[in-house]
Design a binder for this molecule. Structure first.
Ligand code: IMP
Length: 174
């Protein structure tokens, strides 16, 4: 897809290289196990599908969808689950796959919610981390790239449901 008014922050090639490194780390860390990768819809879909194709051990996948919190819930960090998992995660090695950690509210909530379901382990991999905007302390276990406080689109991330299909990760410019 071609759009004007964009600046490439991370090219498709840079992302691919980094995704391979993350997949190699995950392969090593989970050797002998069969982790359940939980993709957070919709932004993480492309990252998850690229990531699993480079992971060399068996994995399962499932998806959750969560609502963005409104202004009133922003401080409480309450997130509404729009689509839940299709299975119990009790005793499983769970790896949440997210596109970006921004304020940290979404993942903070998701992590607590999933821990309460009794997994054997729970970690988080995010492609992107915008640490400048954190509202709660949140450290992903695996992170692709730290990025500056800019709104990014492409590689699954959207602005108003647009631009998810861009192969590069871009900053929209005027
Ligand atoms: P958090 O709860 O503030 O950490 O927000 C995480 C969610 O906000 C992500 O899953 C994205 O859906 C969205 N988000 C945050 N920053 C960006 C961005 O720069 N581009 C697109 N979506 C973003």
């Amino acid at each position: 897809m071609e759009i004007e008014n964009k600046e490439v922050l991370l090219s498709a090639e840079e992302i691919e290289e980094r995704v391979e490194v993350l997949a190699a780390q995950i392969t090593e860390d989970y050797r002998g196990k069969k982790p359940l990768l939980i993709g957070v819809l919709k932004g993480a879909v492309i990252f998850l599908s690229d990531l699993i194709r480079h992971i060399k051990i068996p994995v399962e996948i499932d998806f959750m969808a969560v609502s963005s919190y409104g202004a009133d819930t922003a401080s409480s960090g309450v997130v509404r689950i729009l689509k839940d998992l299709e299975q119990s995660i009790q005793g499983k090695d769970v790896l949440i796959v997210e596109d970006i950690v921004d304020t940290g509210l979404t993942l903070n909530y998701l992590r607590e919610n999933l821990i309460s379901r009794g997994p054997s382990s729970l970690k988080v991999v995010t492609l992107l981390d915008k640490p400048d905007r954190r509202k709660v302390v949140f450290e992903p276990d695996y992170c692709g790239f730290m990025i500056p406080d800019k709104f990014v689109v492409g590689y699954g991330l959207d602005f108003d449901e647009n631009y998810r299909q861009l192969a590069d990760l871009c900053i929209l410019t005027d």
